[in-house]
Design a protein around this ligand. Structure first.
Ligand code: CAA
Length: 258
């Protein structure tokens, strides 16, 4: 892959978007590599948590590639939008927890990529925004949908209609990110969080992700039914059998995860 680095540290895989000439903007070529990386980690049984970040000190992802988009016609724009959305939905629905480590500009498609992740951690130099209306378009990789689900709808509308960027402290205040770290500490913090999650039963973490995400799409009763299903399915796993046995008998050797 030319535009994405894929590394593994224990049970944590890190995907790094690497398109330095354009502050890691998402051209079709970058999206193709991102899709390949996402499919690779999704299929890797030894990856229990994933980090997505951007290469370099300045930018997570500065958005969709404006130079590539400029001359698209309506049909081509629909294709491009659908392709980006397909990959981001794969990230959102993959059976593994995904942490965005936002190391600078997260604008347009960059903020949209971060929002498709389960948890967002930011460096103190991070800048967030949906500047699309200034370019004469709407957000195109899920921004109108996810931002309004993550932060209060009035705040989402202010950010999208205004096309004004916000800094990391404001992003923390509105709940767009979980935490802000000094730039040099961001990746360690992301790795620590990922490794902490990866210590737990991966099937139970994946089931929790499905229950939360699917539950948010329906009524409380539908959500509870999904949880009962996921909860009871865990009782077919060795993680449950040994996890509970281990809790009750500390002398037992802790088994490897399923
Ligand atoms: N697409 C293409 N190229 C981009 C880019 C983008 N989104 N963002 C930055 N670049 C390029 C610049 O054109 C520049 O290239 P050259 O060196 O060849 O001139 C290079 O990256 C460095 O950028 P700047 O010189 O502009 O750097 P800066 O520090 O002065 O500014 C910035 C940084 C504020 C992020 C500015 O680059 C910027 O505003 N970028 C565009 C951000 C944006 O509008 N993103 C939304 C895109 S639309 C979208 O994402 C739609 C969607 O939802 C799918």
């Amino acid at each position: 892959m030319e535009y994405v680095l894929l590394e593994k540290d224990g049970n944590v895989s890190t995907i790094t978007i690497n398109n330095p000439k354009a502050l890691n903007a998402l051209s079709t070529a970058v999206l193709k590599d991102l899709e390949e990386a996402v499919n690779t980690v999704a299929a890797d049984d030894d990856t229990y948590a994933v980090i997505i970040t951007g290469a370099g000190p300045k930018s997570f992802v500065a958005g969709a590639d404006i130079a590539e988009m400029k001359d698209k016609n309506q049909e081509e724009a629909a294709e491009y939008g659908a392709y980006g959305n397909k990959i981001f939905r794969q990230i959102e629905t993959m059976d593994k927890p995904v942490i965005a480590a936002i190391n600078g500009f997260a604008l347009g498609g960059g903020n949209e990529l971060a929002m498709s992740c389960d948890i967002r951690l930011a460096a103190d130099n991070a800048v967030f925004g949906q500047p699309e209306v200034g370019l004469g378009i709407t957000p195109g990789f899920g921004g109108t949908q996810r931002l309004a689900r993550i932060v209060p709808v009035g705040i989402a509308k202010e950010i999208i209609y205004g096309g004004r960027n916000i800094k990391a402290d404001k992003a923390l205040q509105i709940g767009l990110v979980n935490a802000v770290y000094p730039q040099e500490e961001l990746m360690n913090a992301a790795m620590k969080l990922a490794k902490g999650i990866a210590k737990n039963a991966p099937k139970a973490v994946a089931a929790s992700k499905r229950a939360i995400n699917k539950g948010l799409e329906g009524t409380m009763d539908e959500g509870i039914a999904i949880e009962v299903d996921e909860f009871s399915n865990c009782f077919n796993t060795e993680d449950q059998t040994y996890g509970m046995e281990y809790f009750l008998d500390k002398n037992k050797e802790k088994p490897a995860k399923q």
